[in-house]
Design a protein around this ligand. Structure first.
Ligand SMILES: Cc1cc2nc3c(=O)[nH]c(=O)nc-3n(C[C@H](O)[C@H](O)[C@H](O)COP(=O)(O)OP(=O)(O)OC[C@H]3O[C@@H](n4cnc5c(N)ncnc54)[C@H](O)[C@@H]3O)c2cc1C
Length: 352
């Protein structure tokens, strides 16, 4: 029997780690506080396989996104996960924005990502419902069904011997001769020992660090929520459409899911208490943002959809921290879905 490892959290990242470590011969235990896997941030995102355009060169986000994207496309082919290489257009709607696009092209190139500049006419020829004065085409951006991915990771982990315990919440982690874990499962308290622990608990990860890593980067005071509105009727575009990025986010963009449904979002809404309800009064903000690149939004109904909360800490990059046989993953916001297999690879290397 190999070394034992407990993974806290069955989102896409915890499950990606589980399948990797189970294949590598570890005795893997996954605990998830909810009734089902991947119901938190892993079910509340855009489902975009990001190319690796926006992140500072050499950051973990840049490296793991690009590595993760390639691994993810291979994984989707191998295990029949619904995905599509939709491509994406980042569109300028004024000549000033064209200048921003040119800078973005250089940032992407510094990460090894080639974007193709095209004229507004060419962009509109590709997507007749679009308004643009110029655009950058990202050929390697795509979409994925994140819940099918999570199910597949679970299956791959389990066929390699991993055990998943649902409705099992970890409450305390203590570094002793081994790693001592306290938790509650089905209303009963338990205590167990493991050789290694991966804290992949998303929004729950920071709280757990208190007992073994008090110097962990702190949590921001407010939560950065991202809301989505779905679009009634036929999807207006087949390519993903992004405006030029803003200081806080990529801007309210258009995506399509693997079932062909179009949606707008996410925005950035700062909140003090986490809630996933989508306020219908945000519709004006969404219409105003979309109108700049999609004049036809006027004729369409926008329906409040779902929302997600970005799992942030006070750090600019993903935090992947190893100490005393515990690996902690903090701040795994976007592009965490894209990076999941690359994060799992890095975790496996760190365990060795
Ligand atoms: C609005 C939004 C849009 C996004 N869009 C994209 C995108 O298009 N592309 C992309 O690549 N990324 C995107 N992301 C990021 C991506 O969704 C996340 O990086 C990814 O889902 C994180 O997965 P995770 O497994 O770390 O976290 P989670 O999915 O949150 O999983 C953590 C799990 O841990 C469990 N847990 C917590 N505490 C405990 C405990 N004490 N004991 C047991 N279990 C516990 C939770 O129940 C949860 O299931 C987006 C994120 C947001 C918020």
């Amino acid at each position: 029997m190999g070394n034992s490892v407990i993974i806290v959290g069955a989102g896409v990242v915890g499950l990606a780690c589980a399948q990797k470590l189970a294949k590598n011969g570890y005795e893997v235990f996954i605990t998830e506080q909810e009734k089902y896997i991947a119901t938190q941030t892993s079910a509340r995102n855009s489902g975009v396989i990001h190319a690796g355009i926006y992140y500072p060169p050499n950051s973990l986000k840049a490296k793991l996104c690009i590595r993760g994207k390639n691994l993810l496309y291979e994984y989707c082919e191998q295990f029949n996960i619904p995905y599509s290489r939709t491509k994406k257009m980042i569109v300028a709607t004024t000549s000033e924005e064209t200048q921003i696009l040119l800078k973005l092209k250089d940032t992407a190139l510094a990460n090894g990502i080639k974007l193709e500049p095209i004229s507004g006419e060419d962009a509109i020829e590709k997507e007749p419902n679009l308004f643009a004065v110029s655009a950058l085409v990202s050929p390697t951006t795509g979409i994925i069904d994140a819940s099918k991915l999570a199910e597949s990771f679970q299956h791959q982990a389990e066929i390699n011997g991993a055990n998943l315990a649902l409705e099992t919440k970890i409450t305390k982690i203590t570094q002793a001769s081994k790693i001592l874990v306290n938790g509650i499962s089905g209303g009963e308290e338990f205590e167990a020992e493991f050789d290694f622990l991966i804290n992949a608990a998303g929004h729950g990860a920071h709280k757990l660090t208190k007992s073994y890593w008090p110097e962990a980067p702190s949590l921001p005071k407010n939560f950065a929520k991202g809301n989505y509105f779905s679009i009634s009727g036929k999807a207006p575009f087949q390519t993903l459409i992004y405006p030029v990025p803003g200081p806080e986010s990529l801007g309210i963009h258009y995506t399509i899911d693997t079932d062909g449904r179009g949606q707008l979002g996410p925005n950035v809404q700062w909140i003090t208490q986490p809630t996933y309800e989508v306020d219908k009064n945000l519709e004006t903000e969404f219409r105003n943002a979309a109108r700049t690149y999609w004049p036809g939004v006027e004729g369409r109904e926008l329906i409040p959809g779902y929302s997600g909360i970005r799992p942030r800490v006070e750090a600019k990059d993903f935090v992947i921290h190893s100490k005393d046989n515990i690996i902690t993953l903090l701040g795994i916001e976007s592009p965490g879905l894209t990076s999941s297999l690359a994060i799992a690879g890095l975790v496996a290397e760190n365990l060795q």
